[in-house]
Design a protein around this ligand. Structure first.
Ligand code: ADP
Length: 272
C-alpha cells in the first residue's frame, strides 16, 4: 500500500477476507481455467460493446493489484463505466479476458463473479430506497449462509453514520450517506476486491473528500479497489495506479503520482 494513504482512517483489517466467499461455492455456468500470475483483478485487452452495437471498448486493459486503489479516469463517454461492466460480466466480451486471482472468469455470470469474491457498486440504483439502512446491508449478505453479524458490525465501524441511521429508510439519507450504504452493502459479501463506479457522483466537494477517506479505509482493510472517478485530480491523488481512457482505449497508464505529473495528462484531463 502506498504512502498516499498516510495515517488516515482506522486500521481494522478484520473485514477483509483473503479467501473471499469461502463458504459458498459458485455455480459455474461457463468454462473456467487457471491462468496464474498477473494483477489480482484484470480486464485484459477487452473489446466489447452493447448487444449487437459497435465496439465501445477497444483492446482496453484495466486492473488492480492486491492492497491497492486503482482509478479509471477520462472524459465523459470514454467507456469507463462500460469497462467496469465488462469486468463484472454485464456485457459480452468480443475479445479479451477477465482474470481474478489468476483464474480466468471471462465466461462467468455477474452472480458467479460475486460468489468468487467480486463486489460491485454500480453508479445508479445501488440501494433499495424504501428499505431501511440495515435491511439494505442485510440484503447485501444475500449469498451468505453463515452468520454475518460480525460483518455488519464492521461495516458500522467503517461507516458510523449508518449505525446511527440504521432504522431509517435509505431513501431519506443524503447523497453521500446513500453511497456509504451502497459500499457497505457490497462489503457484506466479504469481497476479495471491490469495484466502485463513480462513488462521488453528485456529491459536494466536502462529502467527496469524506467518501474518499472512507474508501481509503476500506482499502486499508485489505480489499483492493478498482473505481471510476469523474474527479480525476482528487482520485489520482489517492490512487496507486491510474488508467486514463479515451474513446474506449487506454490513453495513459501509470501510478497516480506519475499521471498527476505528466504534462500531457495535466493539459488534457486535469485542467492544466
Ligand atoms: P463513461 O463512463 O466514460 O462516461 P460509458 O461507458 O458510460 O462512458 O459510455 C461509453 C459509450 O457507450 C458511450 O458512447 C455511450 O453512449 C455508450 N453506452 C453506454 N451505455 C450504453 C448502453 N446501455 N447501451 C448502448 N450504449 C451504451
Amino acid at each position: 500500500m502506498s504512502d498516499a494513504y498516510g495515517d488516515r482512517g482506522n486500521k481494522d483489517v478484520s473485514i477483509g477476507n483473503p479467501k473471499g466467499m469461502g463458504s459458498v461455492m459458485p455455480k459455474s455456468t461457463g468454462k473456467s481455467f487457471d491462468a496464474p500470475g498477473g494483477p489480482f483483478l484484470i480486464g485484459d485487452s477487452m473489446t466489447a460493446g452493447y448487444g449487437n452495437g459497435p465496439d465501445i471498448l477497444h483492446d482496453c486493459t484495466i486492473s488492480v493489484e492486491k492492497g491497492e486503489i486503482a482509478v479509471i479516469v477520462g472524459p465523459n463517454g470514454a467507456g469507463k463505466s462500460t469497462g467496469m461492466k465488462a469486468v463484472f460480466g454485464m456485457l459480452d466480451m468480443r475479445k479479451g479476458h477477465v482474470r481474478l486471482d489468476g483464474e480466468d472468469i471471462t465466461n462467468l455470470s455477474p452472480q458467479d463473479r460475486v460468489a468468487k469474491g467480486m463486489g460491485f457498486v454500480p453508479q445508479t440504483s445501488n440501494i433499495f430506497t424504501s428499505m431501511t439502512v440495515e435491511e439494505n446491508l442485510e440484503m447485501g449478505a444475500f449469498i451468505r449462509r453463515d452468520d454475518f453479524r460480525d460483518t455488519l458490525a464492521q461495516v458500522y465501524d467503517l461507516f458510523p453514520i449508518l449505525k446511527d441511521k440504521r432504522f431509517q429508510a435509505a431513501g431519506e439519507l443524503s447523497g453521500g450517506q446513500r453511497q456509504q450504504v451502497a459500499v457497505g452493502r457490497a462489503l457484506m459479501t466479504q469481497p476479495k476486491v471491490l469495484m466502485l463506479d463513480e462513488p462521488t457522483a453528485g456529491v459536494s466537494p466536502i462529502v467527496m473528500d469524506e467518501l474518499f477517506d472512507r474508501i481509503i479505509e476500506v482499502a486499508r482493510t485489505g480489499i483492493p479497489i478498482l473505481m471510476v472517478e469523474q474527479n480525476a485530480r482528487q482520485a489520482l491523488e489517492i490512487a496507486d495506479k491510474g488508467f486514463v481512457l479515451v474513446q474506449g482505449a487506454n490513453a495513459f497508464t501509470g501510478t497516480g503520482k506519475e499521471l498527476l505529473a505528466d504534462p500531457e495528462v495535466r493539459k488534457s484531463f486535469l485542467g492544466g
